[in-house]
Write a protein that binds this ligand. Structure first.
Ligand code: SF4
Ligand code: SF4
Length: 393
């Protein structure tokens, strides 16, 4: 059985102050080996838009050698938080932690825009967010076409197949795992959680959805709202009290949730668990071409891409086309809201590869990437778990 890959960093959410930030930054030996892996460096070909350049800026500001200004802060804003640099760094620089610390100091001197503050407030209230998302379909009938096009697609209704299939009951005495619902994934992945429960039950595992849980806090931490991220972490810690294993199907939330529940529960990617139990799963043939997008967080942080490939290889007849790694899709949490033009520039090569692939649908395991990609294509974009459950024999 393949072991669950280790997570990249162990510290709980919350931003380090200037002194710990300096200690983290000092681990960078400025070798530059991370530069070819950085999507913003690839786009702009500028040292200031590279991990090494950003770390130098963070260090200079935190040490008082440089007064922070709009130019340096803009380069910090452009960072996608994809952590490809961290995965590539031979010196073990904890870039994700550095970025959260630098953004917290930045937010203290320059508060985020009203748009970002409104988005964070909404993400911290998943019930209200679910209510607004539920209004999206009726609203779409009266909104002008231009406004509709700017909105992410509403959650897919359950397909007749999913309704007909109904729940698969796990055997009595089966091991139990808890499912994480998140914020925007709460309405958008309701069908995915049903699909996951059916796959788990087919693999002999029961699942529960504890109440009181909410946003993982990654968006707040990346926007420099360390206090908000800590409050969300505490709420999730309380909600999952008594659970041993928590499944997080959104790769972008995995690391933050893991740090929130550190010492209390183990957070796992359901794709890894299903892969481990793969011999108990039987799939119907799917004689069509399907494209696969691997989010940065799935590649660099959770590292469940190999498990996903093995799972999809179990579906007979599936013609899987893995989209080339063109760098981050540009979604990057709230980056798609804060920097829409740059987000579209990052997305463009992926959409071209998708259009050229001849695929009939696209699979991607991160909710932010899916929403961002779906606004640029008419193709059906869904979680691999939805696809796998639809093909359960
Ligand atoms: S972050 Fe790591 S890979 Fe990048 S320059 Fe610093 S030490 Fe080198
Ligand atoms: S997190 Fe991503 S965008 Fe930011 S410096 Fe690292 S590789 Fe570049």
């Amino acid at each position: 059985m393949p072991a669950t890959p280790p997570l990249a960093r162990p510290s709980p959410p919350g931003a380090p102050g200037a002194a710990p930030l300096l200690a983290l930054a000092d681990q960078c030996v400025q070798c530059g080996l991370c530069l070819p892996h950085c999507p913003t460096y690839q786009l702009d070909r500028s040292e200031a838009e590279s991990p090494r350049g950003r770390i130098a800026y963070m260090r200079a500001v935190a040490s008082g050698q440089l007064v922070a200004g709009p130019v340096g802060d803009a380069h910090l804003d452009h960072c996608l938080g994809c952590r490809r640099c961290e995965a590539a760094c031979p010196a073990g620089v904890r870039y994700g932690e550095l970025l959260e610390g630098a953004r917290a100091l930045q937010a203290a001197r320059t508060p985020p825009s009203p748009r970002i503050r409104a988005a964070l407030a909404l993400l911290a209230r998943p019930r209200l967010l679910s209510f607004l998302v539920a209004l999206q379909r009726p609203l779409a009938r009266i909104l002008p076409r231009r406004w509709r096009a700017a909105l992410p697609p509403p959650p897919a209704p359950q397909t007749p197949l999913e309704k007909k299939a109904g729940p698969v009951q796990a055997p009595a005495g089966a091991p139990v795992v808890a499912l994480f619902t998140g914020c925007i994934a709460r309405p958008h992945e309701a069908g995915t959680r049903d699909a996951l429960s059916r796959l788990l039950a087919a693999a002999g595992i029961a699942s529960v959805v504890p109440s009181g849980q909410g946003c993982c806090g990654a968006a707040a931490a990346h926007a420099g709202d360390a206090g908000g991220a800590s409050r969300l972490a505490l709420a999730n810690r309380n909600a999952f009290a008594g659970q041993e294993r928590v499944l997080c199907s959104t790769s972008g939330c995995h690391d933050t949730l893991s740090r929130s529940l550190q010492g209390a529960a183990r957070v796992e990617d359901p794709l890894v668990l299903l892969d481990q139990a793969g011999d108990r799963l039987r799939f119907r043939p799917a004689a069509r071409r399907v494209a696969l997008h691997l989010p940065c967080t799935q590649r660099s942080v959770v590292r469940s891409d190999a498990a996903l490939r093995r799972l999809l290889a179990r579906v007979p007849g599936l013609d899987l086309v893995e989209l080339p790694d063109t760098g981050c899709c540009g979604a990057a949490g709230l980056h798609q809201l804060a920097e829409p033009a740059r987000a579209e520039a990052f997305r463009a090569p992926l959409l071209k590869a998708l259009a050229d692939s001849g695929a009939s649908e696209l699979l991607s395991a991160n909710i932010g990437c899916r929403l961002h990609l779906a606004t640029g294509t008419t193709m059906n974009v869904r979680h691999p778990i939805d696809f796998l459950a639809e093909h359960l024999a």
